[in-house]
Design a protein around this ligand. Structure first.
Ligand SMILES: Nc1nc2c(c(=O)[nH]1)N[C@@H](CN(C=O)c1ccc(C(=O)N[C@@H](CCC(=O)O)C(=O)O)cc1)CN2
Ligand code: GAR
Length: 207
């Protein structure tokens, strides 16, 4: 059984997509054992209640240092024997200590075609605002492994999405979610659960 821990900050639509694929049997032999948010009012924590998935809030401001916060997060997932950690709309940049505790066992979904519109300052609607301001015609989403950098880890899957002339950031965000994020993130988890993801240097090979 693949044990998954999920880190969230907001609405939890990517978490929901993964729960749905586990529950419909697309993703097999996999269980979400913990969902942790840095925000108490994250709707993602509301979503999990009907599935009896355990939720928890671990907030940076409850710790004296960033390192102590990351240690608390790390120790929580280690205590549960988590095999894979998914960042799903999570807006806290994790420390080297945390990342090194789970080598190539942390995934993230980013709402652009990395390396475009990513890194510090690019999250949520800010990504789509940048795409629109630049006049980009094709954007998309990326699933990648998390390393010590921000959005710099090996790319697992990407999916392109058309930008329409009258798009607002909100309209474009929804299209990228519907047409890309909610498909490629569960697919990446399925491939991982089936042990079909291999890393060669900075490249990810799907077998
Ligand atoms: N070590 C890593 N940690 C995280 C990664 C990563 O790739 N490596 N991905 C991010 C998710 N993310 C993009 O996918 C991302 C999240 C947040 C930010 C950002 O600039 N955050 C702001 C604060 C935002 C807020 O609290 O409202 C900031 O740090 O100033 C950029 C990219 C998750 N962690
Ligand atoms: N850099 C990270 C980032 O911008 N993540 C983005 O936050 C949105 C909300 O996710 P959610 O509906 O799954 O909570 C999603 O579009 C996700 O790609």
């Amino acid at each position: 059984m693949l044990k998954i821990g999920v880190l969230v900050s907001g609405g939890g639509t990517n978490l929901q997509a993964i729960i749905d694929r586990i529950n419909d049997g697309t993703i097999t032999d996999t269980e979400i054992v913990s969902v942790v948010s840095n925000k108490e009012n994250a709707y993602a924590l509301e979503r999990i209640k009907k599935y009896n998935i355990k939720g928890k809030c671990i907030k940076p401001r409850d710790y004296t240092t960033r390192q102590e916060f990351n240690f608390a997060l790390r120790d929580h997932f280690i205590s549960l024997g988590v095999d894979l950690i998914l960042l799903a709309g999570y807006l806290v940049v994790l420390s080297e200590d945390f990342v090194r505790a789970f080598p190539n066992r942390i995934m993230n979904i980013h709402p652009s075609l990395i390396p475009a519109f990513c890194g510090n300052g690019y999250y949520g609607l800010k990504v789509h605002q940048g795409v629109i301001d630049r006049g980009i015609k094709v954007t998309g989403a990326t699933v990648h492994f998390v390393d010590e950098g921000t959005d710099t880890g090996p790319i697992i899957l990407q999916k392109a999405v058309e930008v329409e002339d009258n798009d607002t950031p909100e309209i474009l965000q929804r299209r990228v979610m519907e047409e890309a994020e909610w498909t490629i993130y569960p697919e990446a988890v399925r491939l991982y659960a089936e042990d079909r993801i291999k890393i060669q240097g900075n490249r990810v090979i799907i077998t």
